[in-house]
Design a protein around this ligand. Structure first.
Ligand code: GN1
Ligand code: MG
Length: 342
């Protein structure tokens, strides 16, 4: 990895590299080095170009968003992309992989798997402030880094296709999960209808507002930065709020075999934090449908994990043969719990 790092930084000595984060798509590393007698750190990341088929679009969006955020009254840190020595933000290795570097946010942690009202409130404010700072940014001018990312109708069509093809012969042994996903179809239809009605404003959405994508100060436990801007695209704030509920309220990680319970104090903290930042500009339809966004995101995530299981694990990284099935089961259990609330 030193030769990749050298494309970004002319360091004197290399002190070490360690994988960081629990991303399901890209690979992230903390890189420590010494330059001019000083120890420095950057985040080095391999961008998954099978998922992000136009890596240049991802970097263009990210740069434009970062520039806009820094010009606003936005009180959080920004993890800026760093140019390579030749000025390009993407560097290719000999295998055709794309690499980029970001400024490193020191003494921080991502609250993955931590369900706690204070953390949820802080994170929801940060994601809310992110949306507020971008409310006047022309959403349609951003590239769609993954086309149809939250187009659940398209995801449903893909699911039906995989179901019919059964490429790895898993359909028979997955009947209960398949049935449960079919039961979620009315929610997808409701969202589709709402989108088509034109009542939902097109916003700059983060689209991956999970607990792992907000960094916190290790000492103060205050939110420091919203990270992972790869999927910042035109979208809806319903899915941004919904994905927070999906990832912050369960009392166990999204790949735990045990069925998750929803923490109501965490849910209330999310609502309070998000609305503190966004209430002044949300439309009535958005405000009234935030919880529909939660049901939508949980259902869609169940659909995505289950489709990937049935397709033979072609999208998400897995660390056990049934990892995607376990993830799908977990989201389906969560869906059952949230449905009874909604
Ligand atoms: C992926 O890579 P990561 O963990 O930030 C996925 C999200 C899913 C999430 C589920 C580009 O995000 O959409 O909600 O896994 N990102 C992409 O954990 O598909
Ligand atoms: Mg991501």
């Amino acid at each position: 990895m030193t030769h990749i790092a050298r494309l970004f930084i002319p360091f004197n000595s290399y002190l070490g590299v360690a994988p960081i984060g629990l991303g399901n798509i890209n690979d992230s590393y903390q890189l420590d080095f010494e330059v001019g007698g000083e120890q420095k750190t950057v985040l080095l990341q391999r961008l998954n170009h099978h998922v992000f088929k136009r890596p240049e679009d991802v970097m263009d969006n990210t740069l434009r968003i970062c520039q806009h955020l820094s010009s606003q009254d936005y009180p959080y840190k920004i993890s800026m992309p760093l140019p390579g020595l030749d000025g390009a933000f993407l560097q290719k290795d000999e295998l055709g992989n794309y690499w980029r570097a970001f400024s490193f946010i020191e003494n921080s942690f991502a609250p993955e798997g931590i369900s706690d009202p204070h953390i949820a409130y802080e994170a929801a404010r940060a994601y809310g402030a992110f949306a507020r700072a971008l409310r006047d940014f022309p959403a349609h001018s951003l590239a769609e880094t993954i086309p149809d990312f939250h187009n659940t109708d398209r995801r449903w069509e893909y699911f039906l296709k995989i179901l019919a093809e059964d490429p790895v012969g898993r359909v028979n042994k997955t009947q209960p999960e398949i049935k449960a996903v079919f039961a979620a179809k009315p929610v997808f239809d409701k969202i589709s209808h709402l989108k088509k009605s034109g009542e939902l404003p097109l916003r700059v959405a983060h689209n991956d507002t999970k607990a792992g994508n907000v960094l916190f100060d290790l000492k103060t436990r205050k939110a420091l930065a919203v990270i992972d801007l790869d999927t910042v695209m035109p979208g809806s704030l319903l899915s941004d709020f919904g994905d927070m509920v999906r990832s912050f309220t369960p009392d166990c990680p999204e790949d735990s075999v045990a069925a998750p319970n929803i923490r109501h104090d965490v849910l209330a903290a999310l609502q309070r934090g998000f609305l503190e930042e966004t209430d002044s500009f949300l439309t009535r339809t958005e405000r009234e449908n935030l919880m529909l966004g939660a049901v939508w995101m949980i259902g869609e995530q169940a659909l995505r994990f289950l489709s990937d299981w049935l397709a033979g694990d072609v999208y998400y990284k897995i660390n056990a043969p049934d990892h995607n099935l376990v993830r799908a089961g977990n989201q389906l259990a969560l869906l059952g719990t949230i449905n009874s609330l909604y």
